[in-house]
Design a protein. Sequence first.
Length: 181
Amino acid sequence: MDTQLLRDVTVTAIPSGAVTTLPQGTSVGIVQTLGGNVTVRAAGGLFRIARADADAIQDLDLAQLDAAAAEDASSAAEFSEAAVWAALKTCFDPEIPVNIVDLGLIYDLAIEQTPSGGHTVEVKMTLTAPGCGMGPVIAEDARTKIAALPTVESAKVHVVWDPVWSPQMISEEGRIKLGIE
């Protein structure tokens, strides 16, 4: 879908991770709307527009964007390991229409109960390529979604490079979505 921006928008360039601004009136093509964020093609490149700025995209159905994100997200009434995994499954590489869990990017999940009855969560994840500038953006998206779960007092996401990611780490569900045998 091609449309335009209704106002200046702060975006993240893909794959560099550089923060820049696309000016009002810029023509954009929507590439994907997953996890509540929007990936657009504009000015010869790809850019990630955060949900908070998605209202700047002319004719984008924000209710549909939010409904899709909510459908992906766990509406956890209480904390559990399953709720953490469900939250991680709402995080996407802005170039790939498969969540970071099914891409095989999550290497470790550690949960500890705090003295006050809350939880700390630490995740070790990798990226599909070591030079990907989107790493901090994806990791922060994951951290934010984990931190929003009930009783989470602290959430940390560490990007690691050992072992090196390979396409063999993609889940069966992810392979089907990507059309990989």
